[in-house]
Design a protein around this ligand. Structure first.
Ligand code: ZN
Length: 371
């Protein structure tokens, strides 16, 4: 059965998917692709995409979900016996509902080019059509066990019993060596899958990968207004979690710094315990680059100056008040156990207690955390 999708929500309601583009008021004109059929979905295009002119003649494209090859006729797709591996690439994240695969643009150039052409149909902003080899693509696939309805029991993980059917949901791309420290270049969730927090999941995963690299990063600038809305929602959530010590890494950090002068929770005049964080510490805990941490703290009214440096000195209760006032949803979408890649830089890994101790020592002498 082919399900029809004309727009998705595109409402930017804070679940993040709205960030990925809105339904435009003027759909592609004649001579452009107006609709695609992909997997079980027939999806209306939002923007023009530079497919070869001869493929635009019918206004409709039929796309193979496995290799993203595009065809002009239904019969061609029906007759297409795809030999490409699917899913392809390296599995980097998996939970009961989704899997994320890393695909190298250098090894899978045609596939990634096809992905960029496809994504341009739904993105107002530019996407890359050159230097594909300089990018990694992270492909998000929804899982469903063969023969089961969408509402059936969650499908097994790989290697556990029944074969799994994968549906292409979206992706983000990332420059392999970004001079600006960008951890995300382009992000897309296909219209039929919007409003299900897949966008926030992709953003979350982009930062998790950055943390594993022992660094910080952020999206390529400039952000669209929708993109900004989505990222702001994510930054608020991640930073509130870090302040409350509910990020796994944050918890370890707070434990390791207990008793250390600068970071010790200090009772204020009301007797409430207050925690002190520097901007760079919050950046390390969340993978969010310092300027975005600073923006978010300022936005939430939490930024203070302490000894000439920007810090947050706050009681848990006050954080919870901000979370309630700003309606920040604290839950993370991803399953922390689902990440399947190792940290590539142990010196930046907060789970390394010796690194933490060393950091804490430096903090007391006041030469750390220059913001
Ligand atoms: Zn194919």
């Amino acid at each position: 059965m082919v399900k029809s999708s004309d727009g998705g929500d595109g409402d930017g309601d804070g679940d993040g998917d709205g960030a990925l583009g809105q339904v435009p008021s003027d759909a592609p004109a004649g001579g452009e692709i107006r609709r695609i059929v992909l997997g079980n979905y027939s999806i209306a295009a939002w923007y023009a995409s530079p497919y070869p002119e001869e493929y635009k003649l019918g206004g409709e494209l039929y796309i193979c979900q496995r290799c993203l090859k595009y065809m002009r006729h239904r019969q061609t797709l029906d007759g297409h016996r795809c030999e490409d591996p699917f899913p392809r690439g390296r599995l980097v994240y998996e939970d009961t509902a989704v899997a994320l695969y890393e695909v190298d643009g250098k090894e899978h150039t045609l596939y990634c080019q096809n992905m960029c052409l496809l994504s341009k149909l739904f993105l107002d902003q530019k996407t890359i059509f050159y230097d594909i080899g300089g990018f990694l693509f992270y492909i998000l696939l929804a899982k469903q066990a063969w023969g089961l309805g969408a509402q059936a029991a969650p499908p097994p993980r790989r290697g556990e019993g029944a074969p799994i059917e994968y549906t292409f949901v979206g992706y983000f791309s990332k420059e392999k060596a970004s001079v600006e420290g960008n951890n995300l270049a382009c992000i897309l969730v296909l219209p039929p899958f919007r409003g299900q927090s897949y966008g926030q999941l992709l953003i979350e995963l982009s930062y998790e990968l950055t943390k594993l690299e022992g660094t910080t990063g952020g999206p390529e600038q400039p952000l669209s207004s929708q993109g900004f809305h989505s990222y702001r929602s994510y930054w608020r959530r991640a930073i509130a979690q870090a302040l409350l010590g509910t990020l796994p890494a944050a918890e370890r950090y707070l434990q390791s710094t207990r008793g250390c002068g600068k970071h010790r929770a200090q009772p204020d005049k009301d007797g409430a315990e207050r925690r002190i964080f520097s901007l760079s510490r919050l950046a390390r805990l969340t993978g969010i680059r310092t300027e975005d941490v600073m923006f978010t703290l300022e936005d939430l009214g939490l930024l203070e100056s302490w000894c000439g440096r920007h810090t947050v000195c706050i009681a848990d209760e006050s954080i919870r008040q901000v979370v309630a006032d700003r309606r920040i949803a604290l839950g993370m979408r991803m399953d922390p156990d689902g990440l399947l890649v190792e940290s590539s830089d142990m010196s930046g890994d907060l789970s390394d207690s010796s690194a933490d101790t060393a950091d804490s020592g430096a903090s007391t002498s006041g030469d750390d955390d220059s913001d």
